[in-house]
Write a protein that binds this ligand. Structure first.
Ligand SMILES: [Fe+2]
Ligand SMILES: [Fe+2]
Length: 169
């Protein structure tokens, strides 16, 4: 039901989502090391969401009879120049993921694989959300710049985030 090409693209996307999870966990660790546990929490939740994205794709590939082949997850950066840089990298990374998903949709459309196009609709909407919140956090962390009490409040705010598991399918 699914072509080898689209299955390959989805397998690659699973690895990309897992890499994103690894990357966000690395960002989380960097903030934990500075006792900014709230911001660290935010990135840890973000990491779990990325694993959930990978899971959704894994299930879909299985449902449509595609061969699932786990890829290699490379080592993410673990050092960052500033608080702002981390948020900028997160935004940049989400934009890369968006382009990658658009590319799968484009290919699926060309093949007339409307099941995959439909499946990826959720991810297109999710990426709009992801980019919007990442972009907002870049703005906020820039406002905080050099102000310890603002950073304290920002850390408190991000500490509120809780991971909510979606029904995986
Ligand atoms: Fe994702
Ligand atoms: Fe994401």
């Amino acid at each position: 039901m699914i072509s080898e090409k689209i299955a390959q693209l989805l397998n690659d996307q699973i690895t990309k989502e897992q890499y994103a999870a690894q990357y966000y966990l690395s960002m989380s660790a960097w903030f934990f090391a500075q006792d900014l546990d709230g911001i660290a929490n935010y990135f840890r939740v973000q990491s779990k969401e990325e694993l959930m994205h990978a899971d959704k794709m894994f299930n879909y590939l299985n449902d449509v009879g595609g061969e699932i082949i786990m890829g290699e997850i490379s080592k993410p950066p673990h050092q960052f120049a500033s608080h702002t840089e981390v948020f900028e990298k997160a935004l940049e990374h989400e934009k890369t993921v968006t382009r990658s998903i658009f590319n799968i949709v484009k290919n699926a459309n060309e093949e007339g694989d409307f099941a995959t196009v439909s499946f990826l609709q959720w991810f297109i909407n999710e990426q709009v959300e992801e980019e919007a919140s990442a972009s907002q956090l870049v703005t906020k962390i820039k406002m905080v710049h050099g102000n310890p009490s603002a950073l304290y409040l920002f850390d408190q705010e991000l500490g509120q985030r809780v991971f909510v598991a979606d029904p995986v399918k």
